[in-house]
Design a protein around this ligand. Structure first.
Ligand SMILES: Cc1ncc(COP(=O)(O)O)c(C=O)c1O
Length: 501
């Protein structure tokens, strides 16, 4: 909304020169765009001077902006002053080198310029004829990326499969869930929708449950199978097989499995390999019509490095595969790459083919988006970039291991370290959780770094994900120093208060 207001002002400014409405005046664009690029370049130059996590309070912006949109045009400089003084304080700086929360959301010069080009041309590619280059380049680039990831040929567009760009991994799982649902309903009849069952682990992203809601899959038919530390939070093939058998015995229809290649590694790998025999006899993926979707939203980028490719060994068993280029692949948000082996399933489910979309080359495609943005970063040294982040995360993990007050809470995979501060009374889970929650708040409120948390086996665990494009070793060292300082303060305070008691 804040940005909207500012952008609205900009709209007035750009429309009003010479008193006439000429929205895309090339010279005016040149002049203003230079000013804007300068502003953005300065933002990156000074990015370390901002608190990584915005420190404003809810509702702060209403105090700063007028009640209604300005009636008179303002200069671009006025607008940029507003952005500097009113908007940036309310921004959490995902591109800051001290950003270690959730998963990264990369930008890059190539990604940024691609985004600019895309905005400049501003085409809408919902059908081949609406911009042939959009459809064709999207298919070509996704084939390149599939080859770079060494995906099976069935995912390439020359055969029955192919890739399509979605906005997010959440959209990708929704799209394939709909395709899987309709595919099975074509076989068993649409009235059976209440019998369809989807499977995932408790480590699967909540996007799946949302997708199930949208797709009309009853929440009681969503099996969220428990995982634990003994299998490194991988979905157990036994519990999956057991759940499937029970559901079949109850007259239900298993139809979808979402397997995650995620923060904790081989979540799905175990399923494929341990169930390899049943998968190959068709028990899991074929005769039951179970659609296997592999969600590698974060980890997929790392699989472009040959040494990490084994994390998706077995992907040939999957019906669909997804990775977020906007996470760790130097591509601006939002750009999520989805591949399917059978694109006709997607098309049958999602095509409407109204008359206005009929043309001499009515490509049978689900609509994709955002082609240029992915094209540019593909040509950069992504492998070295990813390896560097993983090495920085390994260093951070070493720091944690060397400090006996902390523990690494789960095996590190890729560039995510899960760790926690150990309380004096290690048997008291509640106080351990409270302590780590306090540590999280304490470090984040310094503005010097931003980390997030998760819960593993009831333990409140801190997450340190390296992946911001500008992060260097010095930032990791500084973050660890802040964590140690705040931990010392908290432990001292907790000792003082127990002494008082
Ligand atoms: C494994 C996994 N799946 C899905 C998502 C959701 O991604 P998006 O925001 O692109 O929908 C995430 C986000 O972190 C994720 O890690």
């Amino acid at each position: 909304m804040g940005f909207y207001d500012s952008v609205y002002k900009m709209g007035l400014l750009l429309c009003d020169r010479d008193g006439g409405l000429k929205p895309m005046d090339a010279e005016q664009l040149r002049e203003c765009a230079h000013e804007m690029v300068d502003f953005i370049a300065d933002y990156y130059k000074n990015i370390e001077s901002f608190p990584v996590l915005s420190q404003v309070q809810p509702g702060y912006l209403r105090e700063l902006l007028p009640d209604s949109a300005p009636a008179c045009p303002e200069s671009l400089q006025d607008v940029l002053d507003d952005v500097q003084n009113k908007i940036l304080p309310g921004v959490t700086h995902w591109q800051s080198p001290e950003y270690f929360a959730y998963f990264p959301s990369n930008s890059s010069v190539a990604g940024f310029l691609g985004e600019m080009l895309s905005a400049g041309i501003n085409m809408v590619g919902f059908s081949w004829i609406t911009s042939p280059a959009a459809t064709e380049l999207e298919m070509i680039v996704l084939d390149w990326l599939a080859k770079a990831l060494n995906l099976p040929d069935e995912f390439l567009s020359q055969g029955k499969g192919g890739g399509v760009i979605q906005g997010t991994a959440s959209e990708a799982v929704l799209v394939v869930l709909l395709a899987a649902r309709d595919k099975v309903l074509r076989r068993v009849g649409k009235d059976a929708i209440g019998k369809l069952v989807a499977y995932s682990s408790d480590q699967t992203h909540s996007a799946l449950l949302k997708a199930c809601k949208i797709a009309g899959i009853h929440s009681e038919n969503c099996r969220v199978l428990k995982t634990d530390a003994s299998s490194e939070y991988a979905l157990s093939p036994e519990s999956l097989s057991e759940a499937i058998s029970q559901d079949i015995a109850s007259g239900l229809i298993p139809f979808f499995l979402c397997a995650t290649v995620r923060k904790l590694g081989k979540c799905w790998y175990y399923i494929i390999n341990s169930c390899g025999s049943s998968a190959s006899t068709g028990k899991i993926s074929n005769s039951n019509g179970l659609w296997l979707h592999v969600d590698a939203a974060y980890a997929g980028s790392a699989c472009i490095c040959p040494e990490f490719r084994h994390y998706i060994d077995g992907v040939e068993e999957a019906n669909s595969f997804n990775m977020n280029a906007h996470k760790w692949f130097l591509t601006n948000f939002d750009c999520s790459a989805l591949w399917v082996k059978d694109r006709s399933a997607l098309i049958q489910s999602l095509s409407t083919n109204p008359e206005f979309l009929q043309n001499k080359v009515s490509f049978s495609r689900q609509h994709g988006c955002g082609f240029q943005r992915l094209a540019s970063p593909l040509r950069t040294q992504v492998q070295a970039y990813i390896r560097n982040h993983i090495e920085l995360a390994r260093k951070f993990e070493e720091f944690v291991k060397l400090d006996p007050r902390f523990e690494v809470a789960a095996r590190r995979n890729f560039s995510l370290v899960c760790f926690r501060l150990l309380p004096t009374d290690q048997n008291n889970l509640e106080s351990a959780n409270r302590l780590n929650h306090e540590l999280l708040d304490a470090v984040n409120s310094t503005g010097k770094l931003f980390i997030s948390h998760t819960v593993l086996s009831n333990k409140y665990v801190l997450r340190f994900a390296v992946g911001a494009p500008l992060t260097e070793e010095r930032h990791v060292v500084a973050a660890w120093t802040t964590l140690q300082e705040k931990a010392s303060e908290l432990l001292r305070n907790s000792q003082d208060s127990s002494a008082v008691v």
